[in-house]
Every structure is written in C-alpha cells, then in structure tokens.
Design a protein around this ligand. Structure first.
Ligand code: MTE
Ligand code: MOS
Length: 780
C-alpha cells in the first residue's frame, strides 16, 4: 500500500510552522511600507505635497511618481497602468504615494500629512454608462458558426434576456504582501506572494530601471491567490522595491484588509444579452450572446478573461448555429483581474440561465433539457470554435448522479413539500461543467524545472509553479516520488525562485501540476538516462549473468533494480555516490510544452485546449420567502480528475471551489456608491460563505477508471472547474422561488441571488399570483 501523502501544510498550517512573508523577519533594519491611494474615481491631481509627511518621526521615505527610477507602469500585458499616479487618477484605490517608516503609527501619521487636491472629472462606474459613452477597452472578440439570425428566424420558440453577473472579491486569507531586500549595487531580492514570480521580476525590473538578472523573486507559498495574485501581486512587490531602494533597507508591504479590498481588482462584472431559439422538445437550434465585461480602468488580463468567457459560452451543450460576441468596457474602478474560472463562470452562467428558462417555458424538467443538448459522441461534438469534444464524460456522469442523488424521487418530494408549505419552499437543480484546460494564450503552455540530487541520496525539486494552498507542491513531491521510486523523506520541493527556473508562466488556468509536473518528469528522465550506464556497470560488477538492459531498470522503494532479475537491486544512494565518483552530473533542468494546441483569435477557431475537465452537480435548497434566507440542504458532485494524484487534495479542491462558487452565486455582493466608493469593503459588509453556509449534506465523488492519457500520471487539472458546479445552487434557488408562483411565471433573478433578491422576487410572484389573471406570454 502506498502511504497516504497529506497536503504539504496539513500539520504546518495548524501548528503555525508554515512560513508566510509576514513570518519572515528580515532583520532589525526592516521598515514597513504603506500605499497612499486616490479617494476620487476620476480627477486631475491639482496639488500633491509630501513635505510635512517627510518630517514625521520614524518616516524614512515618501515617494511619488517622479521618484520612480524606471518606467512608471505595471500593466502586465498592455502598459496602461501607472505604478504611481501622475497628473490624473482613474479609480478610487489607485496608488499615488508610498511611505516607508519604522512603525505603523508613523505610517498613519505621515499619510495624514500628505496633501492631495483633486479636480473632479466625469466618472463611468457601470457597464451601461460605459456602453452609452462607447468606452470600449479593445476590439471585440467573436466566435461564430452557421447563420444565427436565420436559425433564430426558423426556431419555433425564442427566449430573449439579459443577465447581470456581479464581480467577486478574492478574499485570500493573506492580503497582498511583499518584502523587498536591497542587495549589492542595484540588485533586489523580493519575497513575494505572487502566482507569477517571473512577471513580478519583470515588473520590478521595469519600474526600477534595472535588468531582470538583477532581480530575484522567491515564493515559498501564498495564503491563497485564486487569481488575485496572478498580476496584482506584482504591484505590492514593485512598490516595496521602490521603497527599499530609496531607503537602502528591507521594506515590507502587507495590505490592510480593507485597503486590499478597495485597491485590488476583482472578478469581472458582466452584463450579458442573449437570444436562444429552440424546438418543442427543448432542443437548442440557435444561440446568440453578447458578453460585456467591466474591465475597470486598465487592461490587466481582461481580454484573456473575456476570451475564456467566449470559449465557455457553450458550457456542455452543442449549439448548431451560434454567435458569441465579447466586449470589454473601461470604467473608473480598479482594474478587474483573474478569478478562479477566468471568465468561464461568466460565460457559462448565461447558457445555464437560458436553458433553465427553456425548461420553465416548456414546463419540462431542466435536467432532461440539459441531457438533450449535451455534446454528442460522434456528430454534434464540435464546439463553436471548432475543437472536437473528446472523451465526453457527460452521459456517464449524468446517469450516475441522477441515480446517486435520487434526483427524480426528490423532485417529487419537493413538489409535495411545496404544496404543503406556503412560506417555505424548496428547489432542486442539476448543472454540468465542461472546462477547457490550457492557457488560451498558447505560448504560455510551457514549464521548467531543475532537479538536484545530492550525494547523500536526497533530492531537491525546483519548478516554476507556485503553491497557494491548492496542493501543487504536494503533487509535485508525489510525481518526483513516483518517477524516482523514493520515499517522501528523501525529497524536498523548494520555494519557487526565478533564479532556479526562469521565464515561467503564472500558476493559473489550473495547469500547475499538468505542466510543471511534466517538466519535473522531464528533468528526472534526463538524470535517469545519465545514471543508466552507472546502474548497468554496478549490476555487472555486483551480480553475475546477462547484462541488464536499459529499459529494464526500475526505480522503487529507494532501490534501483532489474525488472527481469528482481534479485539485482542496489540502493539509490549507492548509485548516486558511484555516479558522483564517475563524474556524472546529478543535476538537470527539465522542460515541457503542451503539444498540439493553437488558437486563431481573428477567426475565433482552433484547438485552444489540450483536454476538457468534466463535472456535474445536483443541489437542493430551502428558502424562507418571508426573509429571503436560503439554506443549502444537500449537494452531490461527481467530478472527473482522471487518475487522481492525491484524492484528499482533489476532493479538497472540489469542495473548496464549489463553496467559493456558492459564495459568488448567493451572498457575495459588491456595491459601490455614486462616487465609486466600494461600500462592501470588509467582512462585515461582504459576506463570504462560512461553515454555516456549506451544504448540510455534501457528497463528493471522483469519477473512477478514467485515466487521462498524455498527462502527468494520467491525471487531470482540478483547480478551477468545480467552481462552476455552484450553478446548481443558484438554479435550485430559482426553482424554489419559482415554486412561490406554482411555476407559472418566470421569476426575476440575477447573480448573486442574495437574500434580498430571493425575497423581492418571491414577493413579486406572490403579488402576481394574487392578481392571478396574468398574460403568460408577456414574460417571455
Ligand atoms: N486552491 C487554494 N487552496 N488556493 C488558491 O489560491 N487558486 C485556484 C485553484 N485552487 C487556489 C486554489 C486557481 S484560480 C487556480 S488557477 C488553481 O488553483 C491554480 O493551481 P493549479 O494550476 O495548481 O491547480
Ligand atoms: Mo486561476 S483564475 O487561473 O489564477
């Protein structure tokens, strides 16, 4: 039996042994940094005076834009984001000045003494206004097949609608943090909480006006990233570096929670418009959708996120004639950014809503309408962008989850319950997810590794991925164990460091273990091929008989042996020591690039994904129509992770992703006032799910016997796909609300379905019911 390997930090987190940046004491020279940010959403800076702040006791530096030695920018893809505002501010939360001081009191004192005078300008604070003012961020994206207008024209039924999906705050437990340590000359060492050490290195180098080989970035772990540290971890690192250089002392910036919520970008809000044509059975004939994203004030990753939204507008369904348009709009809010699912959730929400409406219109079961429209195996199996849906697990999963959740029985019970209860209603929904795995920017699908074997037989694994709680380092450890046949005590996975593995991609798009795992395997294969001669020679010296063949050498249980002659075995450490004496290199880099993927953005065609991950979920909720409160009675999930590398971690990712999605679709609500101030900027006003909100009965199952050929240990990515299973909660709530009106009327609904939405929607239905003589057609 293989030993069960727990998450790297299972004990270290709970005992407090895990080291975060805040636990690192640079030395007694350490200064604290603070960011002074704009209090206006759009304004000219008329006056900026820091003289008084500089005089505060304990303050060592106050920096503004003119103090930046390099380029004043930190946009990751497009250089449209200032490191520090110059003449104009474009959102509340935009950095204007930086302070370094010996303690927090001095920081606050100095901040108060910085004089900023603004001249207010017009603001754009929502997508509607941005559209009205034609404030488009970049040319729209389009994916198209067939003739959607013609197909809509021929459809027996058409439903039109608009769906707003709100943003989402990342709420990583560790807010944005970085520690910059100035070294010799211009050299800078950065301890960062970033998903993208290579880009942090690049941005720091650009802002400082130095070269990349003078900047070293190290990431031990993050206290959560969830996409929020894919680009925006760069910012604090650049600010800390500027202060460190100015003071010649180590400087740490650790954002206060409320500041983090105000300053950083979030999941993009979307305003989507759709038209869906279908027949009597509920088969989709045409789908036309326009996805409008609120990008915030700068580009950041908005276009890549929009691209993934358009590539997931189909979710699991074959859409014969289809047109998908994506537009990103510039507003005066912090630049929105990656968040688990990377636009996928925004695209999928619309089609799931549309299908739910089809079912209600036809008075059919929504799960059956979904089944009817799933991608098929042999024909009707190409996505709107032309990729074939291979290894389709949707049907297997559907059969399994319908049975294991007793979907149809429970549906009947719910009907009965709803007849007997006037104010408490229940609802149920099944939703699938099909999620494409790979960066859609194809060249990013590359990874590197560096393996060192030391002469005591221990191994140090360096790779380009970062650990943010998702268990990547544990999976990498297991991959190295499997490839070298070693026990876990012989292997250490190092902190990620730009000087060990260069030019890496962010740990994102759920590809962490896929690509870094393969790079690690590649490095180990190189070393093994070098060791082969040593092994064969040692076997020949030690054992009699025919020579061992290269392909029969196996690594297992800390030994190296001959598959055909198992009695021939020598300890791993012995071979390593022999190799050293024979002057064989025991260190190797590794590299991997995902094969066969490409995407033509102009045409909206290609094979952007190496494979798809599948999942399905059934949720049942209960709502109190007098208060709007809901509770999640039960959720069943079945998910496809290929051959799981670590079941504990995979189930943890599924549960965590689902619950994070549950927060997005229910209680997490971002609200801004008329001036662009985020009103929900702390945990008392922004409600993330807690242990009280998770399903009362939570059943997560991994789909068995589904090896994913062509990936590391035949596994599948798991980080993001389960997030989107939370649509079952959202639509179960809609089902319960709909029961208020006896399922005669389409309820008003949006995302998130907060208590307020549930209450108001229920009340409207009840009022309509009272009037009762309502024209059904007017709703659609
Ligand atoms: N799980 C934890 N605990 N913390 C995180 O920050 N980020 C998610 C997901 N799961 C995250 C997480 C996101 S957005 C992604 S893209 C993946 O993990 C990244 O890691 P992977 O590629 O190794 O799955
Ligand atoms: Mo994840 S949103 O791709 O960092």
């Amino acid at each position: 039996m293989e030993p069960i390997i727990h998450h790297d930090s299972a004990t270290k987190h709970v005992t407090g042994e895990s080291v975060y940046i805040n636990d690192m004491l640079a030395n007694d020279q350490l200064l604290l940094g603070k960011v002074v940010f704009s209090k206006q959403a759009h304004a000219n800076i008329k006056k900026l005076n820091i003289a008084k702040a500089l005089k505060v006791k304990g303050v060592h530096a106050v920096l503004i834009a003119k103090d930046i030695p390099g380029e004043n920018q930190m946009g990751p893809v497009i250089h449209d984001e200032k490191c520090l505002a110059e003449k104009e501010v474009v959102c509340i939360g935009q950095a204007i000045a930086l302070i370094a001081a010996e303690n927090e009191d001095a920081l606050h004192e100095a901040e108060k003494k910085i004089l900023i005078e603004y001249e207010s300008l017009d603001v754009i604070l929502d997508i509607e206004t941005a559209i009205e003012k034609d404030n488009l961020l970049a040319p729209p994206r389009k994916i198209e097949r067939g003739n959607v207008e013609e197909a809509l024209g021929k459809s027996p039924h058409i439903i039109k609608g608009e769906l707003k999906t709100n943003g989402q705050e990342h709420w990583y437990l560790e807010t944005q943090t970085a520690l910059a340590v100035p070294c010799e000359g211009k050299e800078m060492m950065i301890y960062a909480s970033t998903q993208n050490p290579t880009e942090t290195q690049a941005i720091v180098a650009e802002v400082m006006g130095i070269s990349k080989n003078e900047v070293e970035v190290e990431v031990k772990r993050m206290g959560g990233g969830f996409g929020g540290k894919e680009t925006q971890g760069n910012h604090v690192a650049a600010w800390a570096a500027l202060l460190a250089r100015a003071t010649k002392r180590p400087v740490k910036i650790h954002l206060f929670r409320d500041d983090d919520q105000i300053m950083t970008g979030k999941r993009h809000r979307y305003l989507s418009k759709y038209e869906i044509g279908f027949d009597e059975q509920g088969k989709i004939l045409a789908y036309k959708v326009e996805l409008n994203a609120d990008a915030g004030h700068a580009t950041d990753l908005s276009m890549a996120i929009l691209e993934r939204a358009t590539l997931h507008a189909d979710n699991a369904y074959f859409l014969p004639d289809v047109q998908i348009i994506g537009k990103a709009w510039r507003t005066n809010l912090p630049s929105n950014t990656a968040y688990r699912g990377f636009g996928g959730p925004q695209g999928i929400a619309v089609i799931e809503m549309a299908i739910d409406r089809i079912a209600r219109f036809l008075k059919k079961d929504a799960a059956e309408i979904r089944l009817l429209n799933f991608y098929k195996h042999d024909n009707n199996c190409h996505t709107p962008y032309g990729q074939k849906v291979e290894h389709n697990r949707l049907y297997t999963m559907y059969d399994k989850i319908i049975a294991s959740s007793a979907y149809f029985n429970r549906k009947k019970e719910i009907e009965k319950f709803n007849c007997e209860n006037e104010f408490v209603k229940r609802g149920i929904a099944l939703t699938p997810v099909k999620f494409g795995i790979s960066f859609t920017t194809s060249f990013l699908n590359q990874a590197g590794a560096l393996i060192n074997i030391y002469t005591d037989g221990t191994v140090l694994v360096n790779h380009g991925g970062t650990e943010m709680g998702q268990g990547l380092n544990t999976k990498i450890l297991q991959i190295a164990m499997a490839e070298l046949g070693l026990s876990p005590d012989k292997i250490k996975v190092n902190a990620t460091n730009t000087s060990k593995v260069p030019n890496t991609s962010p740990t994102a798009a759920s590809t962490g273990s896929d690509i870094n795992g393969m790079a690690v395997k590649n490095a180990i294969d190189t070393i093994k091929s070098r060791l082969a001669d040593v092994v064969i020679a040692e076997f020949e010296k030690t054992f009699s008989g025919v020579k061992t063949q290269n392909e029969n050498i196996i690594y297992n249980n800390n030994f190296i042996s001959d598959k055909l002659n198992p009695e021939r075995k020598i300890e791993f450490i012995k071979i390593v020591q022999q190799a050293y004496l024979k002057q064989v290199s025991l260190s190797s880099t590794g590299f991997y690039k995902t094969p066969g993927i490409y995407f033509d953005r102009e045409k909206g065609q290609g094979k952007p994904f190496y494979y798809f991950a599948y999942g399905m979920s059934v949720s049942e909720v209960e709502i109190d129509t007098l208060t709007g409160m809901y509770s999640l009675l039960r959720s069943d999930i079945i998910h496809d992770v290929g051959d799981s590398i670590n079941e504990g971690i995979d189930i943890g990712q599924i549960e965590g992703g689902f619950v994070q999605g549950q927060g997005w679709v229910t209680t997490e609500e971002l609200k801004w006032d008329k001036k662009g101030n985020l009103i929900t900027h702390s945990p008392d006003t922004y409600k993330i799910p807690t242990v009280n909100d998770i399903p009362k009965d939570f059943r997560v199952e991994l789909l068995k016997d589904v090896p994913n050929e062509g990936t590391i240990l035949k596994s599948k990515a798991v980080g993001e796909p389960p997030f989107m299973l939370a649509f079952s909660v959202w639509l179960a709530i809609k089902d319960a609300v709909s029961a208020v009106g006896n399922h005669c009327e389409e309820p008003e609904f949006s995302l998130p379905a907060t208590y307020e939405v549930i209450l108001l929607s229920s009340e409207k239905l009840r009022a309509k019911q009272a009037v009762s003589s309502i024209s059904k057609n007017s709703v659609y």
